[in-house]
Design a protein around this ligand. Structure first.
Ligand code: NAD
Ligand code: UDP
Length: 337
């Protein structure tokens, strides 16, 4: 029984990661403060895996609580998802973001040191590339931040780098996610944004479910083939499988690993809309409006390094992404909540 501490393990990506960990024979132990999740996700994870993950309701900023949790388990590694992630909110409440995302990471590292554990996988983001000058984006591109959320990820990345330079015993993976989308194929867990969704695919699902009458496409005048923005949408199950590959890598080698987790394929907003319509049979009425402030035209990964070093690559298709997102959305609105 190899126990892995998963902070934020009831959230969107963390819950999928726990399912993948259980399938691979690990025992995930979730620490989550429920600020953006619900304990009912534990029931759904149990339905999928047949096992209920262990859960501690705690905040990663609470060092005492972490010490008590570390005393109860023998963790082989920590996967640190627990953070705030809304860009707009981070502009309005920057201190909350530095406190949770930077302070939480520091407190967690302190507890790991007290427990003698030096293996961590950290959720970073393509946002650390700021407005990249060219695509595809490689790991050695310059980093910058355009908002406090992005800066909190930059700072946490730097802390982890300094730590690995100071103590060669640390094994750290900084995984830079592009656009995680979709849901577990069971339709039992997925992304559940509160209020009006900011992200494209949850918004498309809202339109398909007739909760909104149309999609606003933010900009039709980018220098892309159809004029709409291009992103690298990665199925959440492919993404979490990248974490398992990183875990195997860290078991073999100490040091600092920094890799992109993306597909290497750019998809436009219109391609996403058309694919969703084709595979689900739903109509998605849309209107092209002005650009969203802060948006870039194109952002997609060069995932070569992850394939080379980890032997990992995303293999699920855009059809899978749309079908799985829609299955989750349809089941969730009829059977649950
Ligand atoms: P999420 O909000 O669904 O999950 C985060 C979980 O962490 C939630 O369950 C929340 O309750 C918990 N949490 C937040 N602050 C905490 C704290 N102080 N202590 C304990 N638990 C806490 O978000 P997600 O989409 O699953 O993102 C997971 C990680 O991936 C985050 O670090 C996020 O910044 C990063 N990331 C996400 C995306 C994306 O598009 N979803 C892209 C790049 C990076
Ligand atoms: N987008 C859109 N309408 C929406 C939400 C998003 O046209 O209601 C576009 C957005 O401009 C971008 C792409 O869809 O080109 C992905 O946006 P998302 O917010 O999902 O990801 P991010 O921009 O953070 O990479």
């Amino acid at each position: 029984m190899t126990e892995i501490l998963v902070t934020g393990g009831l959230g969107y990506i963390g819950s999928h990661c726990c399912v993948a960990l259980m399938e691979a024979g690990y025992t995930p132990v979730v620490v989550d403060n429920l600020s953006n999740s619900s304990p009912t996700t534990l029931d759904r994870m149990q339905q999928i895996s047949g096992v209920r993950p262990k859960f501690h309701k705690a905040d990663v900023r609470d060092g005492g609580a972490l010490d008590r949790i570390f005393a109860k388990h023998r963790f082989a590694a920590v996967i640190h998802f627990g953070a705030l992630k809304a860009v707009g909110e981070s502009v309005a409440k920057p201190l909350d973001y530095y406190d949770n995302n930077v302070g939480g990471t520091l407190t967690l590292i302190g507890a790991m040191l007290r427990a003698g554990l030096k293996k961590m996988i950290f959720s970073s983001s393509a946002t650390v590339y700021g407005q990249a000058a060219t695509v595809p984006i490689r790991e050695d591109f310059p980093r910058s931040a355009t908002n406090p959320y992005g800066r909190s990820k930059l700072i946490a990345e730097d802390i982890l780098e300094d730590l690995s330079l100071a103590d060669g015993g640390w094994r750290i993976a900084r995984l830079r996610y592009f656009n995680p989308v979709g849901a577990h194929e069971s339709g039992l867990i997925g992304e559940n944004p509160k209020g009006v969704p900011n992200n494209l695919l949850p918004f498309i699902c809202d339109v398909a479910a007739a909760h909104r009458d149309h999609l606003a496409i933010f900009g039709g005048d980018y220098s892309t083939p159809d004029g709409t923005g291009i992103r690298d949408y990665i199925h959440v199950m492919d993404l979490v499988e990248g974490h398992l590959a990183a875990l195997r890598f860290l078991n073999e080698r100490p040091g600092l690993l920094t890799v992109n987790l993306g597909t290497g394929k750019g998809i436009s907003v219109l391609e996403m809309v058309r694919t969703f319509e084709r595979v689900t049979g739903c109509d998605i009425p849309y209107r092209v409006t002005g650009r969203r402030p802060g948006d870039v035209g194109e952002c997609w990964a060069d995932p070569t390094l992850a394939h080379h070093i980890l032997g990992w690559r995303a293999h699920r298709t855009l059809d899978d992404i749309c079908l799985d997102a829609w299955r989750w959305r349809s089941l969730e609105s009829t059977s649950f909540l």
